[in-house]
Design a protein around this ligand. Structure first.
Ligand code: HEM
Ligand SMILES: CC(C)=CCC/C(C)=C/CC/C(C)=C/COP(=O)(O)OP(=O)(O)O
Length: 316
């Protein structure tokens, strides 16, 4: 899909030059994809909490802020690049760029300044290993996922999803200046979690992607195959999520959470697989099980990471 589909014609909308009011501030904040960012930042924070060693609380807070700003910056650059497809998807048409409330080049500059600022501040506040990982995750989301894979292959989120899996590694590195087995396992867990998280959503959002010409799995391989893939990744995620406990890197609170939430996710994936469908695999229930699985995916990851921190904070 060509970037010229909306290009600069967003400028037709009345851009204000007066003092920013609250709705303008809201638009700039919306560029940062703040809702998605919450869980990304939470996993980064927990990466810091469970890392051995000590970080000055103020510097720790700055590091978490840098992860938030970097994720937001990557989101703003993503919205700049994707402004043509965002303009044709119902879910995204009202975003500030396609709706004409922020000029594309302003969003791009905003994203670049925040991205550079977050990396430099992370380097100064913690160390250059954490700053390097942070720069890598911004680059991964912008260049590998957004600009390369998203419009080319249904495996876009499998590979591109790695961008969202870096924050626990970044948090850990901010404290220790290095990497270890636990943060790498946390990376792997978020990595394996992303396909069932997103493909559950894509089962009911596929008409948007179809209209925009984005080759998401349900568009290319159909809903039946997507349901199968949701199941496959959820099955793979189950032992992976338990592995920090098996390996003695996490305690019983985490082990219990991984067991219960893993079984819960498997139950939801089974419901998705067995949803009443027509011959093509399209849902006859309005994709209710897929919507529930998507919502559960958010709870699953949040509980897993909260349990990991609880183990460290309560049991030591
Ligand atoms: C390439 C990987 C991913 C893709 C394509 C993806 C896609 C999406 C989409 C399309 C939504 C719908 C809602 C929206 O537009 O805001 C969403 C929601 C969400 N995602 Fe993801 N996601 C990915 C990875 C992640 C990761 C790694 C996390 C966190 C660790 C995450 C956390 C969330 C959260 C918290 C929401 C709910 C936002 C809300 O309340 O509206 N996502 N995701
Ligand atoms: C620390 C750091 C830089 C993290 C960045 C990684 C990050 C925010 C990952 C989440 C991935 C995400 C929001 C995908 C949305 O896909 P999309 O862009 O295709 O969704 P859309 O259709 O809603 O635009």
């Amino acid at each position: 899909m060509s970037q010229s589909a909306i290009g600069e014609e967003g400028a037709a909308a009345p851009f204000s030059t007066s003092t920013p009011d609250f709705s303008e501030v809201r638009d700039w904040l919306a560029l940062l994809k703040p809702r998605v960012m919450t869980l990304v930042v939470f996993t980064g924070l927990i990466g810091m909490v469970v890392a051995p060693g000590h970080i000055n609380p103020l510097l720790g807070a700055v590091a978490v802020l840098c992860i938030a700003v970097a994720a937001g910056a990557a989101g703003a650059i993503n919205m700049w690049y994707d402004r043509d497809i965002d303009a044709v998807m119902r879910r995204t048409v009202n975003r500030p760029i396609p709706a004409g409330r922020i000029r594309p080049e302003e969003a791009l500059s905003f994203g670049i300044v925040l991205a550079l600022g977050s990396v430099v501040v992370m380097g100064l506040a913690t160390n250059f290993v954490a700053a390097g990982w942070l720069a890598g995750s911004i680059g991964f989301y912008v260049f590998i996922y957004t600009m390369w894979l998203k419009r080319r292959t249904p495996q876009n989120i499998v590979i591109g999803g790695a961008a969202g899996a870096f924050p626990p590694v970044i948090g850990w590195a901010a404290v220790t200046g290095g990497v270890d087995v636990l943060p790498l396992l946390l990376f792997a867990i978020v990595f394996a979690w992303t396909p069932p998280h997103f493909w559950s959503l894509s089962l009911w959002a596929h008409s948007d992607y179809e209209r925009a010409g984005v080759p998401m799995l349900p568009v290319v391989a159909g809903p039946r195959e997507t349901r199968r893939q949701v199941m496959l990744y959820t099955v793979g995620l189950f032992p992976l999520a338990l592995s920090p406990w098996f390996l003695g890197l996490a305690g019983p609170i985490y082990g219990a959470a991984a067991l219960v939430m893993g079984l819960g996710f498997l139950w939801h994936a089974t419901r998705v697989l067995r949803d009443r469908q027509d011959a093509a695999g399209r849902s006859l229930t309005g994709d209710a099980p897929a919507k529930k699985a998507f919502r559960f995916s958010l709870l699953h990851l949040a509980v897993l990471f909260a349990a990991l921190a609880a183990d460290r904070l309560i049991l030591g």
